[in-house]
Design a binder for this molecule. Structure first.
Ligand code: AMP
Length: 460
């Protein structure tokens, strides 16, 4: 039996069958290195990023210890952002399918407190959330962590960057001393080392970061003049013709300006940054993830927790000062063994940043002249999909199958004309082939889903 087969682990046969049905044929590196210790009950420090399969590395472990008959919180997963918490919650629900009646509750800011309180009153085995909101629940005694068995800190470095250190310590004070603690972090600065020393006991350490980064991501750096940045950006699109791209900028204003510039050159792009309302942020992320927009212009904070398997390209419109952030940004491309490209623009005064990246990666950066790129093919992106919003969701007990059923049945679409379906509490988003839009809008003029008339509108 291969050592990276899930059947080498001491987990239930129901879980092995579940993993098989999810298409997880063998363990990823962080799972193979981390899970045996996690299942033995040891504390773990894992240096691994989103995309490495880290959620299953802690999810499979914590689920083995859950007692479905005890309806108190037994596992708590702290995440820096709501997007990441959503993503982790989804993955845990998939992994928990093999155990009947396991309840996973999301506790994040920006959502009504009352609903969350009611969910907790019905009993919850696994809590996923952001530190601020979890602390609110603890303060108001709507959440009790006395029966906690496993505590997970996900993207711990980001949580510290966002200033959650004190809140996290206060939350940990509410948990039993004999809990198991698992800490995941993309980077390992001193602040994380200190935190680990105070909250983990005899931890096992695994690191899976470096291997895939250098091997599958092609990194190219282009020196430009400040006033040439925009034209250089177009040159990159025209030469590399990437299918999905995130362009990283430093500031919110820059994000808006760059997105507007691209729009003016027939490249449909959306800007995402902290100034957007949560609802608009959600919609931008949905449109990008369901392929109805293929270029996102983002700040580092806003791009966290993007639910995208792999980007074709990451572009640094400006280089970050910290090489850690550079490595984190480019790790969004070239995942799962696919080849990715990371393209960076820098001006003379930013040369030090290139040097810092060279030191950090311990290899020279590949510099290229932007004028050497062929720009024969014009790059214009008008995505083939568009996003439609309908006013029914989880609260109406709508499932993706109901929407798919209505559209392929009564509305007459073929399955291939329907893309990703995202269901939220009171709304759902459907990616639809632009050619079929008229048909879908006509259908919803008086069409129904599960017997209910629904209102639909385009959001892109
Ligand atoms: P994560 O790093 O947890 O965000 O996981 C990245 C993606 O890999 C998720 O979409 C998982 O569903 C998927 N994944 C996790 N473990 C495996 C595995 N062993 N085989 C295939 N896919 C996996």
């Amino acid at each position: 039996m291969a050592s990276d087969s899930f059947s080498t682990l001491s987990i239930s046969s129901a879980q092995i069958a579940n993993l098989d049905s999810l298409g997880y044929k063998k363990m990823t590196a962080v799972q193979a290195q981390g899970l045996p210790s996690v299942l033995e009950g040891k504390d773990l420090i894992a240096r691994a990023k989103t995309g490495s399969g880290k959620t299953a590395a802690f999810g499979i472990g914590l689920l083995e210890k859950i007692n479905p008959r005890f309806f108190g919180a037994q596992a708590l997963i702290l995440c820096p952002t709501r997007e990441l918490a959503d993503q982790v919650g989804k993955e845990i629900r998939k992994l928990a399918r093999c155990i009947p009646n396991i309840k996973v509750v999301l506790l994040c800011g920006g959502k009504p407190f009352g609903f969350q309180k009611a969910s907790l009153e019905h009993g919850a085995h696994i809590i996923v959330g952001t530190p601020g909101r979890i602390q609110d629940h603890l303060n108001r005694e709507t959440l009790v962590l006395d029966g906690l068995k496993t505590l997970v800190l996900d993207e711990a470095d980001r949580m510290l960057d966002m200033g959650f250190s004190e809140v996290i310590n206060e939350i940990i004070d509410e948990t039993p001393k004999n809990r198991q603690t698992l800490l995941f972090s993309a980077t390992y600065p001193n602040s994380i080392e200190k935190m680990c020393a105070s909250i983990l006991q005899n931890p096992v350490t695994v690191s899976v970061e470096s291997e895939h980064q250098t091997s599958v991501i092609e990194q190219v750096f282009f020196k430009v003049k400040e006033h040439e940045r925009n034209d250089a950006l177009l040159a990159l699109f025209e030469h590399y013709q990437p299918e999905t791209t995130v362009v990283f900028c430093h500031t919110k204003i820059q994000c808006d300006e760059v997105a507007r510039f691209l729009e003016g050159h027939e490249i449909e792009a959306l800007a995402i940054h902290g100034d957007l309302e949560q609802r608009d942020r959600d919609q931008v992320l949905i449109r990008f993830a369901n392929k109805s927009c293929s270029v996102l212009v983002a700040t580092d904070v806003a791009a966290r927790g993007l639910d995208i398997k792999s980007l074709s390209a990451v572009v640094n419109y400006e280089l970050p000062r910290d090489p850690d952030i550079y490595v984190h940004r480019i790790g969004r491309t070239g995942r799962a063994g696919e080849k990715g490209i990371a393209l960076s623009l820098f001006i003379n005064s930013e040369k030090m940043r290139v040097n810092a990246i060279e030191d950090y990666q311990d290899k020279p950066c590949q510099l290229q002249n932007i004028d050497s790129l062929s720009r024969d093919a014009k790059f214009s992106v008008h995505p083939t999909m568009a996003t439609m919003q309908i006013d029914v969701g989880r609260k109406n007990k709508i499932r993706p199958g109901d929407i798919l059923g209505a559209l392929t049945g009564d509305a007459g679409l073929s399955g291939s004309q329907i893309g990703k379906i995202d269901i939220f509490d009171i709304a759902s988003y459907i990616a639809i082939d632009r050619k079929a839009l008229r048909q879908v809008l006509d259908y919803f003029a008086n069409g129904k889903i599960k017997g209910k008339l629904v209102r639909a509108r385009m959001i892109s």
